[in-house]
Design a protein around this ligand. Structure first.
Ligand code: PLP
Length: 460
């Protein structure tokens, strides 16, 4: 074993020799430095050169309460000293019990049962497995298929990947578990012509497409529909009015479970503890992760309706699924401390009080020729970039490659903003700042975006 690297040269050398970064073209760092973030404070992070960046993506939609909270770190330290680990297999520990109680209290309706995981992918995977086993236990064993939206991201484990609607990240791992079925997403900016004039008609059409897919597949074969309250991938698609009410109706008609994948949208991102509460719909299962701990320790899980648990309460029935580190005591203690911060500082109130000014500040960017659409809710926005505002023409693959990877990602970071330039759908910039942010941070985001997007346009 070597000593820990200290200088930037050593860090770079060791990172390039030993570290494999996720969803990263490693070749991109052949001629340049790997960015190394060493600490954080409030909505800012700092690199190993001491440069400061506004964390406009909360890391990866995670750091709701911001960085450097010693009260949460202290909760982790106390728990690790008292009981660092014990499994939730047959046993329980106090922090998991307390957290399950608190989440059930916050969750909408009768979502009272919490199954913990360590990540969002595991939460999604668990929800699908629960749906399959639930239907086997209740005499409908042929229900196994899952519907989800085009371009939606639901995670990377094989099951979650089968639910994900991004062809490019699935192909290398095919064949995937059978049963993933796609329905249209809710990008009104790119709505088909026949519903492009009225967002309610568009929403009705998009929801009805779920019914058509269920009928096409055979209702007796469909287990669940997985939807995010606001779809992230593709650049923040809020639900059109009436969309979720109609989806709920369709699910009830055909006995299909509605899973609200709130890995991003829960814990204040939309000004509510759960995104489904913002849009007034009742899911059968909510999957969560990320913001539940604000990233001070990993945790995920699913919240499940009492009725789904009921068959597992009888005789020898057992949900045959488990994860060693799920509901880890340190993570559960951290989540409780994180929720204390939410309450003490009224972070949901902060998002609700400032979301209109966040939107208004971003909308100033509409005067730039490259800005086609700005969409989102709460502290969660996507900015779609276009080549022609009037026709909404998007960039070619080559232009997109040159614009996003060749310029924007690095230029935004160099200008002091952590955000994401993404082309999994049409090219977008994604923003999700910590929930503690206010006008000064929105102005900083707008200022940096204005400078960098102006230069990007000149380079096209
Ligand atoms: C909606 C959604 N579901 C699932 C996941 C997977 O979560 P994880 O990366 O924690 O496995 C993500 C991750 O970004 C997500 O956004």
């Amino acid at each position: 074993m070597t000593n820990p690297p200290e200088t930037n040269v050593e860090l770079q050398h060791t990172a390039k020799r030993n570290l494999w970064m996720h969803f990263t073209r490693m070749s991109a760092y052949a001629d340049g430095d790997v960015p190394v973030i060493v600490r954080g404070s409030g909505p800012y992070v700092f690199d190993n050169h001491g440069r400061r960046y506004l964390d406009g993506l909360s890391g990866l939609f995670v750091s709701q309460v911001g960085h450097g909270r010693t009260e949460i770190a202290d909760a982790a330290r106390r728990q690790a000293s008292e009981l660092a680990y014990f499994p939730l297999w047959s046993y329980a520990h106090p922090r998991a019990i307390e957290l399950a109680d608190r989440l059930a209290e916050l969750a909408p309706g009768d979502l009272n049962r919490v199954f913990f995981t360590t990540s969002g992918s595991e939460a999604v995977e668990s929800a699908w497995k629960l749906a399959k086993q639930y239907f086997k236990l209740t005499g409908q064993p042929e229900r196994y298929k899952v519907l989800s939206r085009d371009i939606a991201y639901h995670g990377t484990s094989m099951g979650a990947l089968a639910i994900t609607g991004l062809a490019d990240i699935k192909y290398p791992f095919e064949p995937l578990p059978p049963g993933g079925v796609r329905v249209p997403n809710t990008n009104f900016y790119r709505a088909p012509d026949f519903v492009a004039d009225d967002v309610t008609d568009f929403g009705r059409w998009a929801a009805d497409e779920i019914e058509r897919a269920i009928l096409r597949e055979g209702p007796e074969s469909v287990a669940a529909v997985f939807l995010e309250p606001v779809q992230n991938s593709g650049g923040c698609f809020p639900p059109p009015p009436g969309y979720f009410a109609r989806v709920r109706e369709i699910c009830d008609t055909y006995g299909v479970l509605l899973v609200s994948d709130e890995v991003i949208c829960a814990f204040g991102r939309l000004g509510h503890y759960f995104g489904s509460a913002r849009y007034g719909y009742q899911p059968d299962i909510i999957t969560f992760a990320k913001g539940v701990t604000s990233g001070y320790s990993p945790l995920g899980g699913m919240l499940v309706r009492d009725a789904l648990m009921e068959p597992f309460n009888r005789g020898t029935a057992t949900f045959l699924h488990g994860i060693t580190f799920a509901g880890h005591p340190v993570s559960a203690a951290v989540a409780l401390a994180n929720l204390d911060v939410f309450e003490k500082e009224d972070l949901l109130g902060n998002v609700r009080a400032h979301e209109a000014s966040f939107r208004a500040t971003l909308e100033k960017l509409y005067d730039l020729p490259i800005v086609g659409d700005i969409r989102g809710d709460g502290y969660f926005y996507g900015i779609e970039m276009v080549k022609d505002k009037d026709t909404r023409e998007t960039f070619t693959d080559e232009e997109s490659e040159r614009l996003l990877r060749g310029f924007l990602s690095t230029a935004l970071f160099d200008a002091g903003l952590v955000c994401r330039a993404d082309d999994r759908g049409d090219p977008v910039i994604q923003l999700a700042p910590p929930l503690i942010c206010g006008q000064e941070h929105f102005d900083e985001i707008e200022h940096i975006l204005r400078e960098v997007l102006t230069e990007a346009w000149q380079r096209i």
